[in-house]
Design a protein around this ligand. Sequence first.
Ligand code: AMP
Length: 189
Amino acid sequence: MVNIIIFGPPGSGKGTQAVQLAQKYNLIHISTGDLLREEIANGTSLGLDAKLYIDSGKLVPDKVMIDIINIKLEENKQVQGFIFDGFPRTVPQAEALDNLLNQKGMTISKVLALDVSVEELKKRILKRGMTSGRSDDTDELIIDKRVKEYEEKTKAAANYFDRQEKLSLVQGEGTIEDTFALLCEVIDK
Ligand code: AMP
């Protein structure tokens, strides 16, 4: 079983890469951003609550996210492994993921973090915002807030795995293909 986490600031391409990695390594792709957007589209109460946070560029509370992940792990037993995209985003989420996996006899195998400059991130998100239909992709102030949340909270979650010697930093400014090759190199090592 291989369980991978892919970290990266908003616009770093982690969603695109996670989809391709899931395909190549036969993993279940769990994107918490996609799951929340699905809840919003379905008009659930969880979705309505989450929308307030997402639209202001803030993180959704840990408890909500940990419950969502627990449900997904329970729904997908007997699988080859998972790729977590957009989760964990805080140290409490990282600890909770470690604990949930341990309880089920699993562990995190590799942790990847995409490195992209803030200027490049903003350029990419604003471009994506022209077609993504995501309101959090169009307003520069909201984008700044999302990047700040990453710097202040999510980097600490990545460092949590660095202390376990599982973290690899990968250059994410090249083409999709270049970055994919670099990520595969780390996984195959
Ligand atoms: P993403 O599609 O991963 O960029 O996520 C979009 C938004 O969903 C984020 O800006 C957060 O508001 C929210 N979100 C997604 N995953 C998480 C998480 N693990 N913890 C807290 N908020 C999250």
